[in-house]
Each structure stands twice: as C-alpha cells, then as structure tokens.
Design a protein. Structure first.
Length: 268
C-alpha cells in the first residue's frame, strides 16, 4: 500500500492551481484594451505599449501570457489577435464583450470569500439590488451588459420569436437581452421589468442604444406582486428558488407565452 501511495502526484491540484493564470491574463488584457489596437494588424510589444501608454517591458510579459491563453499569436516579435479575439474583444464590433472585465473582477473577487460564507453561514458578498447604491448598480450592470447582449443574440438565433408581438423581460437589468431580441426581430416590442432601484439605470442603457421606440421599462417587484401588463411571451433572470412563485404571478397577470426562459434555459 505504501509503495502504491508513493507514486501518487498532485497532478490535479497543480493543474487547478495554474488554471487561473490564463483567466487573469485575459482579464488584464481586457482591462488594458490590448486587443483593439491590434485590429489593423500585428504590432511589436513596444508599438502596442506606445498605443496603450503603458510600460513596454511589463506589457511584453502579458502578451506572451495571452499567446499561451490562445487570445494572441506571435510571429517573431509581432503580436496579433486570434480570430476569436478580433470578433469579441475589439471595441466597436457589434459582438464586443470586452466590457465584461468589470463583472469578472467583481465576481472573481467575491468567490475568494466562499469559504468564509460557508464557515459563518452568512453571505459575505451579498448583492441586494433593492438597497445597492446607484453607483454600484451602474458598475455591476455595465460589466454584465456586453455579455447580456451576446446572450440575447444567441437566444434570438436559438428560438423563433417571430410568432410573438410583445415580450416581458423580467429582471432585465441593463436591457441588453431586450435590445438584442428586438434588434433580431424588429416587429417585437419588449418591456424590461425590474426593481425601482434598477430601472433608472436601465433607461440609461436604452437611451444610449436609441431603443425607446421598441423597448420600454416598468418598475415592479415581480417576486412579491403580479407582473404588470399582458405579454405574448416572457424571459426571466430571477433566482431559481423564486421561479415557481414568479411563474404563478405571471400567469395570474395574463402573460400568455408558452416559453419560459430562465437565463439560457428554456422550460416549457
């Protein structure tokens, strides 16, 4: 038994310990916006550092880490975006998700407190949207918005919304999902329903997108009261523990749609 045990190596442990490094390299690259200056072609570390106004020596190390993470390529001393980085991490692209670094930073920081939450039985990083300050709400939703838009485009491609005229986006936050769906289906009119503390920020995102003609906003606490209005179909981003109650409230409110979408899942 001793001989067999001595052959064991902490392979899985070492793999998991080092697996975080590519993720943090990606995060730093997104925070610095490394990928946008490369949209016109390869650059050296010095050229890219000049464009970003950062230290060239320090940046060079990050660039090689991003090569290892499969977000950049290198030939000689010149770095270039991979096709995926060009598609998703270059500012100005309709598919841009680089702004998610704000959300990644917050979520990953919160995860460091998991053990303490379990040890004490008290959430250490609880986010209560009913009491969170407007500044923190904006920071959080700004980090989520690029990913929400991307998820909305994916949802629009996965499901056929052409039979529907009106959509309730329950817990819609920044309105990114409603924006993407109404962009893919121009006849569709969406209503983002969220807490009164959230909807002023939702209005900011919709105004910036020039979407007031196709997306409206309603302030309501849908977990504790009926969903206002009548809609053909609806999508919800509400904790699963509250889904049954929410579904009942929506039915009582006259929502007629056959599709319930929780996050990325469809439940008949």
């Amino acid at each position: 038994m001793a001989a067999a045990t001595s052959t064991l190596q902490p392979t899985t442990i070492q793999h998991l310990a080092s697996a975080v490094y590519p993720s943090f390299a990606m995060l730093a690259g997104m925070q610095l916006d490394v990928f946008t200056p490369l949209k016109d072609g390869p650059l050296t570390a010095a050229q890219l550092a000049a464009a970003l106004r950062v230290n060239a020596e320090k940046l060079s190390r990050l660039l090689y880490a991003l090569v290892t993470a499969h977000l950049l390529t290198v030939e000689g001393d010149r770095f270039a975006n991979t096709p995926e980085a060009t598609h998703f991490l270059v500012k100005g692209q309709p598919t841009y998700v680089g702004g998610r670094h704000e959300n990644f930073s917050e979520v990953w920081e919160n995860l460091l407190h998991t053990a303490e939450t379990i040890r004490t039985g008290v959430p250490q990083c609880k986010k209560d949207f009913a009491t969170t300050s407007p500044e923190d709400q904006l920071h959080f939703l700004r980090g989520l918005h690029p990913g929400t838009l991307a998820n909305g485009r994916e949802l629009a491609a996965r499901y056929d919304f052409s039979p529907y005229i009106t959509l309730a986006d329950v817990g819609g936050g920044s309105g990114g999902m409603a924006l993407a769906l109404t962009d893919a289906y121009p006849h569709l009119r969406a209503t983002v329903i969220d807490l009164p503390t959230v909807t002023p920020i939702t209005q900011q995102f919709l105004a910036a997108a020039g979407a007031a003609d196709r997306v409206q906003v309603v302030a309501a606490d849908v977990v504790n009261a009926p969903v206002p209005g009548t809609y053909d179909t609806w999508r919800s981003y509400v904790p699963c523990c509250k889904c049954s109650r929410l579904r009942t409230l929506c039915r009582r409110s006259g929502i007629l749609g056959l599709r319930f979408v929780q996050g990325d899942a469809s439940i008949s």
